[in-house]
Design a protein around this ligand. Structure first.
Ligand SMILES: Nc1ncnc2c1ncn2[C@@H]1O[C@H](COP(=O)(O)OP(=O)(O)OP(=O)(O)O)[C@@H](O)[C@H]1O
Ligand SMILES: [Mg+2]
Length: 314
């Protein structure tokens, strides 16, 4: 899956060396943090990281339907970002109206660099994020410029990876400032990864940014996600009915009886047109709707990425 728009530089996926970890072509499944498949997508992520490491900033927008693996890819990127300062934020549906909430989450770990900014920018950002004395809300342009300056300052001496999950729920002020920085930083060691659900309305325009659209997993990759006990035809059927959506695959497979795992048909016709174990009825609008879950301790209605911490990957 190639990102549309400008590619993030030449991929060195074949022999990428990230902080002592040699990543060879075809290493996946389970290449990074239990990630299955996604070789090509990880190649783009690695290229983005390597460019940033070399002092060339760049953004990448990861898009896809619910459960397709956007958060999982961002988590893999964080794992691959050895030596980077990782700054994380995630949109939370119930906080979308709280101006600057995501920016506060993302920039708090580097607040001590504020003194390096021009005074007007530092004051505007401090006012917007509640770091200074209560006053008039910070000028929007100055807040955006300060975000850019703070990220650029943080990128010295170590490169920075900005990870923003669930962009569709990020407040407008934060999204505007982060996208402003992502568009204008060029010669700094900063990589930006934004994840956004397809079909949602992002809080700010993503026009012109390279987009990596995640598709479902192929049967060979899906097998790596599911129990070894599943017969190949069962896996193939699951992939067909879920269109390879990893979350739907995991959920539907978890409801199979031992006999169905081996290919037995369900005991009777599916009731009510729902998902019968292993034999989901055709769903006109797409794959069975996965139930949302937070496998890694994420917040309800928000990102599963860790949050509020600037993490230096060793
Ligand atoms: N490539 C993959 N390898 C292994 N597991 C995966 C992969 N992609 C997704 N998963 C698993 O599928 C589930 C859903 O993935 P994830 O949370 O990343 O989806 P998402 O696109 O972020 O969804 P949402 O839009 O709801 O946030 C998780 O349990 C995750 O561990
Ligand atoms: Mg997600």
């Amino acid at each position: 899956m190639s990102p549309s728009g400008p590619p993030p530089g030449g991929s060195s996926w074949a022999h990428g060396r990230i902080s002592g970890r040699v990543v060879a072509s075809g290493e996946s499944p389970k290449a990074a943090g239990g990630l299955v498949g996604r070789d090509e997508e990880l190649g783009h992520v690695l290229a983005l990281l390597e460019a940033a490491r070399g002092g060339v900033a760049g953004p990448l927008v990861v898009s896809g339907e619910a459960g397709i693996g956007k958060t999982t890819l961002l988590q893999a990127a964080e794992e691959l970002a050895g030596g980077f300062t990782c700054l994380l934020a995630g949109g939370v549906e119930s906080e979308a109206a709280l101006g600057h909430a995501a920016l506060l989450e993302l920039l708090s770990p580097v607040r001590d660099r504020l003194a390096e900014l021009p005074a007007a920018q530092a004051e505007a950002l401090a006012a917007a994020l509640g770091w200074g004395p209560a006053g008039a809300p910070g000028d929007r342009y100055l807040v955006a410029a300060a975000t850019l300056s703070l990220l650029a300052a943080t990128a010295q001496p170590a490169p920075v990876l900005v990870l923003v999950d669930d962009l569709q729920w990020v407040d407008r002020e934060s999204a505007a400032a982060l996208l402003f920085a992502a568009r204008r930083l060029h010669h700094d060691a900063v990589a930006f990864l934004f994840a956004v659900r397809t079909g949602s309305r992002p809080p700010a325009s993503l026009e012109g940014l390279p987009v990596l659209a995640l598709a479902g997993l192929a049967p060979g990759q899906a097998a790596g996600l599911l129990s070894d006990r599943l017969a190949d035809p069962v896996v193939a059927r699951l992939v067909e009915r879920t269109r390879g959506n990893p979350l739907a695959l995991i959920e539907v497979a978890s409801r199979l009886t031992p006999a169905q795992q081996l290919g037995a048909p369900p005991p009777g016709p599916p009731a009510g047109g729902g998902v019968a174990a292993g034999h989901p009825s055709p769903t006109p609008g797409g794959p069975p709707r996965p139930r949302r879950r937070s496998p890694r301790g994420g917040r309800p209605g928000g990102s599963d990425l860790g949050s509020g911490r600037g993490r230096r990957r060793a």
